[in-house]
Design a protein around this ligand. Structure first.
Ligand code: TXA
Ligand code: MG
Length: 331
């Protein structure tokens, strides 16, 4: 049950959306920055607030799978099967757009991304509003996605009409995106809904999109996306410890994100912040962005991350970390 304060905020939020306002709201993945997907001026505000290039399409969020047909046409059976199995939940489907869907929403493409989130506040908001809500993650372009209302407040607080605080987002990384516009489904962005589960549900093989191999542009897969404001490197645990000690002995402040227990000698530990990460993918995903936000708030020089297991359930996390990785300074 939603408490009274949240109910009141939801009413305000619905009114704000209806009058072209911008509302930040929790979803099960990350906080979204929502606008009426049918209101061109409102959608344009999202791009201005995020500093996002205009050709990057937005996901339209709906409160009922029955609304799919308002936004997409030629909907394949696979889409209904995935909606039935995963919705409400962290899966976005790329479909052919219905005529009339704003080009600001689709980034000028003939396709549209659709998702029905499972967070109770998001669902209430969408159902109260009735239409589609275009919502990217509620962060400035290229920055770490928010999984707490305070992340949104710190980055965009004065630029949005309302932030609904729903506590921490349970999943923690953005939805899995699957493109259903050609015969073979293609996963364009991995997430907590795994590629193997999608394949099992559809009873067929699916592809994983690589840069340049798909007809659909996914600007969210720019290599530089999800960047913290300091260098980040991914290393196997042995090397991680050696590198942490080497860098800290040279006077650099190092943040560590490791699942393993680390043995760090005392002389170097003053320069090292150890952010222990959960050993299961669900827990890790949940903590990932919040940890990166915390580290960004301290004055570290770099982040070292313990390499992740290779199996399917870690792919969404590995994807976000790989994008955040860049070269360390040569100290
Ligand atoms: O979990 C999520 O998906 C969150 C929450 C708020 O729902 N939203 C989110 O939105 O991650 P955003 O804008 O940060 O990322 C959306 C991604 C981008 O990579 C965008 O390029 C892609 O979805 N996308 C949206 N519409 C598309 C389309 N028609 N074709 C291809 N990619 C599309
Ligand atoms: Mg984003």
């Amino acid at each position: 049950m939603l408490d009274k304060g949240v109910r009141r905020q939801l009413e305000e939020a619905v009114a704000a959306l209806k009058s072209g306002g911008i509302v930040a709201f929790p979803t099960e993945t990350v906080y979204g920055l929502g606008a009426d997907a049918g209101n061109r001026e409102a959608v344009k505000k999202i791009f201005a607030i995020k500093g996002r290039p205009a050709d990057h399409p937005l996901i339209v969020h709906i409160g009922d799978a029955g609304l799919l047909e308002n936004w997409a046409r030629d909907i394949p059976q696979t889409a209904w099967a995935l909606a039935e199995y995963f919705w409400p939940g962290p899966l976005t489907m790329i479909l052919r757009r219905q005529s009339g869907v704003l080009s600001e929403v689709t980034g000028g493409q003939e396709t549209v991304g659709l998702r029905m989130p499972s967070h109770p506040i998001a669902l209430e908001l969408l159902r109260g509003f009735g239409g589609g809500v275009a919502a990217p993650s509620a962060n400035r372009f290229g920055r770490i996605s928010p999984t707490l209302a305070e992340h949104v407040r710190a980055e965009l607080g004065d630029r949005v009409d309302l932030i609904i605080d729903g506590g921490s987002c349970q999943v923690g990384v953005e939805s899995t995106i699957v493109d259903l516009t050609s015969g073979t489904p293609v996963v364009l962005r991995p997430g907590s809904v795994t590629i193997s589960t999608i394949s099992e549900v559809l009873g067929k093989e699916i592809l994983v999109g690589r840069k340049g191999s798909s007809m659909v542009r996914v600007p969210g897969t720019l290599d530089s996306h999800y960047a913290p404001d300091m260098p980040l490197r991914i290393l196997p645990v042995d090397l991680l410890q050696l590198e942490a000690i080497r860098l800290s002995e040279r006077g650099l402040k190092v943040a560590l994100m490791a699942r393993s227990e680390l043995l760090l000698n005392r002389s170097s530990s003053g320069n090292i912040g150890n952010y222990k990460m959960p050993s299961d993918p669900e827990g890790y995903a949940h903590d990932l962005y919040a940890t990166l936000h915390r580290i960004s708030g301290e004055n570290f020089d770099c982040i070292l991350v313990e390499a992740l297991p290779l199996d399917d359930s870690w792919q969404g996390i590995a994807d976000r970390l790989t994008r955040a990785a860049s070269l360390l300074p040569t100290a």
